[in-house]
Design a protein around this ligand. Structure first.
Ligand code: CA
Length: 226
């Protein structure tokens, strides 16, 4: 795990760098905002720790620059002033956490680990699961019991919707608007047909059955139906 630290006070900067290295991280230390932003834009970091008051470019501008460059890493701010305006401004700019100086290193380390874990969880949210069914969003891939299942784009979208709102009975009208971007037309059996095809691929040959029809209401995906 690689951390970018931008801190102009030499003592604090070294203290942070040393402590984080001892905790097992790889650390780059920049002493002003311009250098910090340059490193952040060009390097691959898992997290950034930014002092607010920095020479050349303050912490807010470094954060804004990182976000503009598409760097979506968690950012922990160090601020000497425990002021509401600072916090609000930082949150609006997309800061993830704050620490008011002076702070104990143990506290900083705890915040860093929490932010990194949160980042890890965000990646896991790319995977939607129910029983042994797994839907991998970035790869557009579905498996059940480890077996690859080929779905059409609409079937994939339908399954994604059911998984995201599992346990909830989804009316056909809602499915129509979310997956087909159309208003419900009582004459159409598009949804019924799509659900049947989807089940044939990911439910019929497996146990437990995950998609259930709720008569007169719609469909629900449940993995605890017993
Ligand atoms: Ca400073």
């Amino acid at each position: 795990m690689k951390i970018l630290v931008v801190e102009d006070e030499p003592k604090t900067g070294e203290y942070l760098k040393q402590g984080l290295i001892e905790a097992g991280f790889v650390v780059d230390l920049a002493r002003d905002g311009i250098d910090g932003l340059h490193l952040g834009e060009t390097g691959e970091y898992d997290l950034a720790i930014l002092d607010v008051m920095l020479p050349k470019l303050d912490g807010w501008h470094v954060l804004a620059g990182l976000r503009r460059a598409g760097r979506d890493i968690p950012v922990l701010f160090l601020t000497a002033r425990d002021q509401v305006e600072d916090r609000v401004k930082g949150l609006e700019l997309g800061a993830d956490d704050y620490l008011v100086k002076p702070f104990a290193f143990a506290e900083l380390l705890a915040r860093v680990r929490t932010l990194l874990r949160r980042g890890g969880r965000a990646k896991e949210a790319d995977l939607l699961r129910a029983a042994d069914l797994e839907l991998d969003l970035p790869r557009r891939r579905v498996t059940r019991g480890g077996q690859r299942i080929d779905l059409t784009a609409k079937e994939f979208a339908l399954l994604e919707l059911l998984l995201r709102r599992r346990g909830e009975v989804l009316p056909r009208s809602l499915i129509a608007s979310q997956v087909w971007d159309m208003n419900f037309d009582s004459d159409t059996n598009v949804i019924e047909v799509a659900v049947r095809r989807l089940r044939a691929k990911m439910d019929d040959a497996f146990e437990p059955k995950l998609i259930r029809t709720v008569r007169g209401m719609g469909y629900v995906l449940e993995d605890d139906a017993g």
